[in-house]
Design a protein. Structure first.
Length: 384
């Protein structure tokens, strides 16, 4: 097991009827900017619950944060933060609203061009405190210190991380997810699956407890995810899927493990260039990254074939690894998520050329062994 450090500074408030708790978690002397997306919170009653709970607070609103939150939009919120002397941010909505709010928190205090936070990894020295009421189980953003921001003008999408943007608290009321379109529920299941796999399916460094946690999460997600799709108002299943998503990227499960994240980095480019959803991009790329890097991931994929997919443990590891790749693809397809670029109207040769060239220009190498360079990315995408 590799050395690790761990900190989980976010207070989680989880369960039915918890939105009203926001009132007690934000001091009354704070001037709050409440951020949200394109209006789902108005339709499903979340907006009303939040406004009622904060009726004695000083709240300014900023709506219109898009899926794959855009730098251009977020900078408008930064202006409001500065002009209105905002000193607390409350994100209400999905991962995009929360990620965008993390960026607003950092950019509002940043000296210089805030795009440098994304393109150059410039150090964040200060940020406005933030919290959230999260309504979509997918990103794990509610318990982590990462965010992914897109820029319209250049069709780019980059992540950033800083301990200063951990939410102070996150309220998770699974009943808010009853209103999710099926497509978003599926995206969330795929995202959670792939987060777990980017941490699990890597080279072996003797982390049996972490491996069991991650395989346990996948088992739970597959069972509870199917229940949610069958009955969207099944509270217990919605709660279990949400908890899987939060744990899928709160850094806890993979302490001391080696991590991959190449599927995400290639997926971000597909979203930036062709506009497909994050979950869609992952379902296309993951099986092909695994095929390409099967030798590095063989032991973990083989173990998963036995423990998750019930394969015979005496089969050769190579065959077991193939079973996991095939069954994972089948699982995505069984919940309605297509797994080929052509399914989304994307020409694979175009994607392979553009994305490998971007990585070549940036000098990007990916994967747990840093052995996925532009040529491998080209190869992977040509097979998507
Ligand atoms: O914008 P509104 O009107 O709120 O509608 C949203 C949006 O259209 C809707 N929605 C959210 N909650 C709803 C709801 N509709 C009905 N009922 C509800 N309860 O769903 C649509 C998608 O929302 P979005 O926030 O974009 O989805 P998600 O949570 O999947 O976030 C995706 C973004 O997160 C980034 C992705 O790259 C992408 O930009 N990620 C962030 C990560 C992190 N912070 O750690 C890690 C992930 O790997 C991921 O990259
Ligand atoms: Zn993701």
């Amino acid at each position: 097991m590799n050395n690790f450090e761990f900190m989980a500074p976010t207070k989680l408030i989880f369960g039915k009827d918890t939105i009203k708790r926001v009132k007690d978690e934000i001091p009354k002397d704070k001037k709050i900017l409440m951020t949200y997306g394109g209006g789902s919170i108005r339709k499903n009653g979340v907006y009303k619950q939040v406004m009622e709970a904060l009726s004695e607070h000083n709240v300014v609103e900023f709506g219109g944060i898009e899926p794959n939150p855009k730098y251009e939009t977020l900078m408008k919120a930064v202006e409001i933060v500065k002009n209105e002397n905002i000193d607390f941010l409350l994100a209400v909505g999905g991962g995009s609203t929360l990620d965008g709010t993390k960026f607003i928190a950092a950019a509002s205090k940043f000296e210089g061009d805030p795009w440098d936070i994304l393109i150059k990894g410039a150090e964040i020295k200060d940020a406005i405190p933030l919290a959230d009421i999260i309504t979509l189980p997918a990103t794990g953003s509610e318990m982590n210190c990462g965010a992914v921001i897109s820029r319209l003008s250049t069709n780019e999408k980059f992540p950033f991380m800083s301990p200063l943007v951990y939410p102070k608290f996150s309220i998770i009321d699974p009943t808010t997810t009853y209103s999710l379109p099926e497509k978003q529920t599926v995206n969330g299941i795929v995202d959670t699956y792939v987060h777990t796999m980017e941490q699990y399916a890597t080279c072996e460094v003797n982390t049996p407890l972490q491996d069991e946690w991650m395989l346990g999460l996948i088992k739970t997600l597959m069972v509870e995810g199917k229940k949610v799709l069958k009955n969207p108002n099944d509270y217990e299943a919605r709660a279990n899927v949400f908890w899987c998503a939060t744990c899928g990227l709160n850094y806890w499960m993979s302490l001391g493990c080696v991590q991959d994240w190449s599927t995400h980095m290639i997926g971000h480019e597909l979203t930036a260039l062709y506009g497909i959803d994050h979950g869609e991009s992952l379902a296309v790329v993951l099986p092909r990254v695994w095929k390409n890097r099967k030798c590095d991931k063989m032991r973990k994929l083989a173990k998963m074939a036995v423990e998750i997919f019930g394969a015979n443990e005496f089969l050769p590891k190579n065959i077991l690894a193939d079973i996991t790749i095939k069954k994972t693809k089948k699982f995505f397809e069984s919940i309605g998520r297509r797994t080929k670029l052509a399914d989304y109207g994307i020409d694979r040769a175009d994607a392979a050329k553009k994305i490998s060239e971007r990585f070549r220009q940036r000098g990007t190498v990916l994967g747990e062994k840093c052995n996925i360079g532009p040529d491998e990315v080209y190869e992977i995408l040509m097979h998507c």
